[in-house]
Design a protein around this ligand. Sequence first.
Ligand SMILES: Cc1cc2nc3c(=O)[nH]c(=O)nc-3n(C[C@H](O)[C@H](O)[C@H](O)COP(=O)(O)O)c2cc1C
Length: 170
Amino acid sequence: MKITILNGSPRKQNTAAMVEAFAEGAKAAGHEVETIQVGKLKINGCLACEYCHGKGEGKCVQKDDMEKVMPAYMDCDMIVFASPIYYFDMTAQLSAAIQRVYAIGKPPKATKAALLLSSASPNPFEGAIATYKNMLAFMGIEDKGVFTAAGDENGSEAKLTEIREFAKAL
Ligand SMILES: Cc1cc2nc3c(=O)[nH]c(=O)nc-3n(C[C@H](O)[C@H](O)[C@H](O)COP(=O)(O)O)c2cc1C
């Protein structure tokens, strides 16, 4: 299957290590994986102008980096959301990339999803996990797994192996 990973981190450290472990496992299982570092992209919030639901016919009126994300949303069978925790939530860039799906309603082919979260402190994940699970329920997408790495768990071989093996079994 085609898997799109959206990494909300603007840098390539802790979340990127989880993403790489996932991608390694998924590729080893024969899946096609595309990773987009949305944390480095310029994606505005939704303007609620409704252009996409009228004249735009599914296209957003805003011309920004969401144009790089939308084709991957349209095409994937599975979406992996990955993010560092910023103030008890996903990053603003990833939140924007999620909310701009409004233009198309839901990713048309995606039936599965997973969540990878990284933090400094022990347990700030509740908000991001709730957003992810509510969104999946709304879109009719099945959660295949949520993985968190806090503090010293970041980059640990145990955590990365767990993620790699999970992806290998998809
Ligand atoms: C703006 C900002 C806000 C953060 N907020 C939290 C937080 O609320 N709780 C927490 O445990 N860590 C917080 N962190 C730490 C990051 O979640 C943590 O360092 C994470 O591993 C970074 O992942 P990355 O290397 O992929 O960017 C914050 C970091 C930044 C830059």
